[in-house]
Design a protein around this ligand. Structure first.
Ligand SMILES: [Zn+2]
Length: 243
C-alpha cells in the first residue's frame, strides 16, 4: 500500500529539490561567466590584430610613396644633367633663360620631394613604435588568454563532474515529490528564474519581497496546505527566522 507523504515531507522534498537546482544553476552561471570572459578577451585580441594590420598597411603605404619619390628624384638628376648639357649649346638668350628656369623648377620640385621623403620616414618611425607596442600587448594578451583557457577548461571539467553528481541526486530527490507538485515546480522554475519554492518570514515572500495578506500568512503558518504567493505565484513555506 502506497504511503501518502505528509505536507511537511512534501515541502521538505521540494525545498531540497530547490536547493539542488540552485546548485546546478550556480554551476551553469559560473561556466557561462567564464565563457563570456573568454569571448571578451578574444574580441580584444581580434581588435588589437585589426589595429596592427592597419598600422602595417599605413607603413607599407608610406614606404611605397617614399620609394616613388626617391625614384622621381633620381630621374630628375638625369633631367637636370640633360638641361645643363643643352645650356652649353644654346643659340639665344631666351633659350638660355628658359633652360635655367626649367632647371630651377626641377630643383624646387626635388626639394619638396626630399622634404616629403623625410616626413614619410619620420611618420614610418612613429608608426613602427606604435606597431611594436600593439604587438607586445597582443602577445601578452594571447598568453593570458591561453592561460585562462587552460584554467577554465580544468575548472569546467570539475564543474561538469560536480553537476553530473548533483543531477543524479536530483533524480532521486525528484522521485519523492508528488507528480503534480513536481510539474508545477518545474513550470514555475522555468518562469521564475529558477526559483519555484521560496520561504516566507515575517509575512514577506522571499521570491518577490511582497507582503502576504495576513489571512494567507496565518494559513501558511498552520502548514496544512501547499500554498502559493498571490503576487509571484511561487510555492511558499513558512520559516520563523531569517536564517
Ligand atoms: Zn512572491
Amino acid at each position: 500500500m502506497f504511503e501518502e507523504s505528509t505536507l511537511k515531507e512534501d515541502i521538505k522534498s521540494l525545498r531540497e529539490l530547490q536547493a539542488i537546482d540552485i546548485q546546478v544553476l550556480n554551476i551553469d552561471e559560473e561556466m557561462a561567466a567564464s565563457t563570456a570572459e573568454l569571448e571578451k578577451r578574444e574580441t580584444t585580441i581580434e581588435e588589437r590584430k585589426t589595429t596592427i594590420a592597419t598600422l602595417a598597411d599605413r607603413i607599407e603605404g608610406a614606404d611605397v610613396r617614399r620609394r616613388e619619390l626617391e625614384a622621381e628624384i633620381e630621374d630628375s638628376v638625369d633631367r637636370i644633367k640633360d638641361r645643363q648639357t643643352k645650356l652649353m649649346n644654346v643659340q639665344t638668350n631666351r633659350e638660355y633663360q628658359s633652360l635655367l628656369k626649367e632647371i630651377d623648377e626641377i630643383k624646387k620640385g626635388n626639394k619638396q620631394k626630399e622634404d616629403e621623403v623625410v616626413r614619410l620616414m619620420e611618420q614610418v618611425e612613429v608608426l613602427k613604435v606604435s606597431q611594436e607596442e600593439q604587438s607586445t600587448l597582443c602577445e601578452a594578451e594571447e598568453k593570458l588568454l591561453n592561460e585562462e583557457l587552460a584554467r577554465i577548461k580544468k575548472a569546467n571539467k570539475t564543474l561538469n563532474s560536480e553537476k553530473t553528481k548533483i543531477l543524479k541526486s536530483r533524480d532521486a530527490k525528484a522521485k519523492k515529490v508528488k507528480a503534480g507538485a513536481l510539474r508545477k515546480y518545474d513550470i514555475l522554475r522555468e518562469k521564475r528564474n529558477g526559483m519555484a519554492v521560496v520561504r516566507v518570514s515575517r509575512g514577506v515572500c522571499h521570491g518577490c519581497y511582497m507582503n502576504l495578506p495576513p489571512q494567507l500568512y496565518n494559513e501558511l503558518m498552520k502548514e496544512e496546505k501547499l500554498l502559493t504567493c498571490p503576487t509571484c505565484n511561487r510555492m511558499i513555506f513558512y520559516m520563523a527566522e531569517e536564517d
